[in-house]
Design a protein around this ligand. Sequence first.
Ligand SMILES: *[C@@H]1O[C@H](CO)[C@@H](O)[C@H](O)[C@H]1NC(C)=O
Ligand SMILES: *[C@@H]1O[C@H](CO)[C@@H](O)[C@H](O)[C@H]1NC(C)=O
Length: 407
Amino acid sequence: MPPVPRLPWRLAAPLLAAFVSVPFILPLALPLLRSSSTSPRALSQHRLSWLPSPLIQTAPMAPPPRVPSPPLPMQIPASPPPPPMQTTPFPPPPPSPSPPPPETPANDDRRVRRFNATDFLARLRGKRLMLVGDSMNRNQFESLLCILREALPDKTRMFETHGYRISKGRGYFVFKFADYDCTVEFVRSHFLVREGVRFNRQRNSNPILQIDRVDKTANRWKKADVLVFNTGHWWTHGKTARGKNYHKEGDTLYPHFDSAEAYRRALKTWARWIDKNMDPARSVVFYRGYSTAHFRGGDWDSGGSCNGETEPTFKGAIIDSYPLKMRIVEEAIGRMRFPVRLLNVTKLTNFRRDGHPSVHGKAGDKKVSKRKQDCSHWCLPGVPDAWNELIYASLVLEPNPVAWEKR
Ligand SMILES: *[C@@H]1O[C@H](CO)[C@@H](O)[C@H](O)[C@H]1NC(C)=O
Ligand SMILES: *[C@@H]1O[C@H](CO)[C@@H](O)[C@H](O)[C@H]1NC(C)=O
């Protein structure tokens, strides 16, 4: 096995911070639990078992070995309007020259377990893991397929059940890992709430967003044992951001509506659905937090770029940026009965201006316009691998639902 590149210590810190926040708002939750554990609003007792204190001292994290693998049967999708999705392998960064994190003794099982794809698959045996969201979640889905596939001696034992190739055009994929009788699935849902159309007097159709109704794909969500949600990037684009005759609640189509408030109400709709339809004794639900884009000198649609970056950034306002949308996510999750696990990855993504496909998003000699770069998705292997490692670590530390343990 080649030497394992060590994670620079400065990057390990935000990784840890992200993990530690998986036990969502525990500090806030404790007084609540003490004072009102009988109220229907009380945060689940479940969160108590998430006390992360031993974690903080004893969790050196290193990335998994980067083993080059034959390419998955994937296509490189064409640029979609909002953040373009591209999936080209990118050479992993050279091992960092910074000193490795100090070795600390393993004291108990609360330590963040090093990623182990075989063990991850064993834990998923007989289960369905589903990622639901926009193309950032598809990025994470592809990462998960790649890192789990590494554990298979026979790569043909993993396949899309209908033979579909991953492309932007399709909104649902089911990859089966036959030896473990488990699936890793992706369900496209840009907003988690329902997209629709309305016809005006001239019979022209216009898109609308029903922020008080959950997305049509929700009937699929119910069937999963592990769910990973996300929505975010689409709320800053075009019609959603402008909010003109677009957001609908009940029978009301708002002539103007604020996008942040729409996001708040949409997450509330999603949260209500989870609380009503998902059983914490049977399923684990993650919400993956906002993933930072790094456009210089413009945005995704106005000539912003990120080419030529070769190192993470360690300074500047971006390091501490934490979008309002994340506060809204915290607020929504904090009010839920279902103990949703927040993957608070925002900070760790803040550093990685060097991790985007930029102009390298197209295979071979197909030229990508320097004008329209992809500085929102991530190269693989790369940043989303860390998000999936956190999911694994979370499932190791807290393998609830209890029902799974009894099998
Ligand atoms: C998520 O991380 C950010 C930045 O690291 C931090 O400010 C915020 O409080 C964290 N949220 C939770 C719920 O832990
Ligand atoms: C990974 O997990 C498998 C299955 O539990 C185990 O046999 C193997 O020793 C683990 N590998 C490492 C490096 O810990």
